[in-house]
Ligand binder design. Structure first.
Ligand code: ADP
Ligand code: MG
Length: 380
């Protein structure tokens, strides 16, 4: 969908910002460009929508050499989100979001209806936020409007240049997970620039790690963390990359343990067969848990003695979230539910199983590294 062929950019003062860059981004793929400040990420990005022209080489978007396209037309097919957002201060949120469809000749009512849909898509209520002005929003909300506006013309390609860089870490994490969910629905081809390796790892289908004007490694997040291609990359991803793996390793159904289960309306059992049991409602959705000592002496039904379970996550959530959730609720285990069937209980994740899952992920990488060594031997 996006292809760079031996692209070099030298600025007038002689700075080589991008040096003989070649890579490809597949349709529907989200590639993060990560590297320290000044390594050429923004330059790379701006060459895709021709805000900057390459000195050498060619860039293809959707099978077309962009040097042969009209820049204005090209930009209509490419959504662009930047950190400073660039919303019009004197226009409402709804008007800001409707700007592009409006420019493209969509009738006012239709453009506003589309804008309202997009605001909902990015987690803003058009009835609440639509008529506000940008200054009446929080930083995180402005960033969401920026994303909605970039999606308004339904472009196949999105360029995002440190879009979540200006918000605090908690909001950033929320924006990231919302964006991932959004991307799983809209499946745009995305180039996402960040200087934050954690963000790159979390969002990217693949990551391009930049050195000075060059890509040092272009691989899946787990491979970059598990098998850094060069000492530079190893240094950049950091000594705590084992910890970072937590955020790229999902909880799988096979990681779960099956504790005893009772139902809310069951008469109180005298024996649970364990120190505690999980409590489900009539539809097998998670309600909470019950302790064996409460059950042993009590009367009535399970409902009268059950406690709510706050430490819960959907299957597929990262091990990092699992770990954080355990710490937050001071819980020895986490209830894991089915994300598709609201709340259906699947099993529990224990610290021992969390550790096993992390090992599984690291071992998978070690194998990938061995495979690579074999490939290199064949080449040699
Ligand atoms: N218009 C410009 N003129 C000259 N040098 C520039 C210009 N824009 C960027 N640079 C230089 O090019 C290099 C790459 O910049 P940039 O692409 O903005 O990096 P990044 O986005 O990774 O921080 C830096 O050394 C920067 O100073
Ligand atoms: Mg930049």
């Amino acid at each position: 969908m996006i292809r760079f062929e031996h692209v070099t950019k030298r600025y007038a003062d002689g700075t080589t910002a991008v040096d003989d860059l070649s890579f490809e981004v597949a349709e529907g793929e989200l590639v993060t460009l990560v590297g320290p400040s000044g390594c050429g990420k923004t330059t790379t990005m701006k060459m895709v929508n021709r805000l900057i022209e390459p000195t050498e080489g060619r860039i293809w978007v959707d099978g077309q050499d962009i040097a042969d396209t009209d820049p204005v037309r090209l930009r209509r097919r490419i959504g662009y989100v930047i950190q400073q957002v660039g919303l019009f201060p004197h226009k409402t949120v709804l008007e800001n979001t409707a700007t592009v469809p409006h420019l493209l000749g969509v009738k006012r009512a239709a453009a506003r209806a589309r804008a309202a849909e997009l605001l909902e898509l990015v987690g803003l209520d058009p009835a609440v936020h639509g008529d506000r002005y940008p200054e009446q929003l929080s930083g995180g909300q402005r960033q969401r409007v920026g994303v909605a506006r970039a999606l308004a013309a339904d472009p196949p390609v999105l360029l995002m240049d440190e879009p979540f860089g200006a918000v605090d870490p908690v909001v950033r994490e929320r924006l990231q997970s919302e964006f991932l969910k959004l991307q799983s629905e809209v499946r745009k081809t995305v180039l996402f620039v960040t200087h934050d390796i954690e963000e790159a790892v979390r969002l990217g289908d693949r990551i391009a790690v930049y050195g000075q004007g060059r890509i040092e490694q272009f691989d899946a997040p787990a491979t970059v963390l598990g098998a850094p291609a060069t000492p530079y990359v190893a240094d950049f991803v950091g000594a705590d990359r084992g910890l970072k793996r937590l955020s790229v390793t999902p909880i799988e159904a096979s990681d779960l343990e099956q504790p005893p289960v009772v139902h809310l309306d069951d008469p109180l059992p005298r024996e649970l067969g364990a120190r505690w049991a999980v409590v489900l409602d009539r539809d097998d959705n998670l309600h909470g848990w019950i302790a064996a000592d409460r059950a042993a002496g009590g009367t009535g039904t399970v409902r009268d003695h059950a406690r709510r379970m706050e430490a819960r996550l959907p299957v597929g959530a990262s091990l990092k979230r699992a770990f954080a959730t355990m710490l937050q609720h001071d819980a020895g285990w986490i209830a894991v539910t089915d994300p598709d069937e609201e709340g259906r209980f699947l099993g529990v994740l224990t610290p021992a199983k969390l550790h096993e899952a992390l090992r599984r992920s690291i071992d998978a990488d070690a194998q990938a590294v061995r495979r690579r060594d074999v490939d290199l031997e064949n080449v040699g």
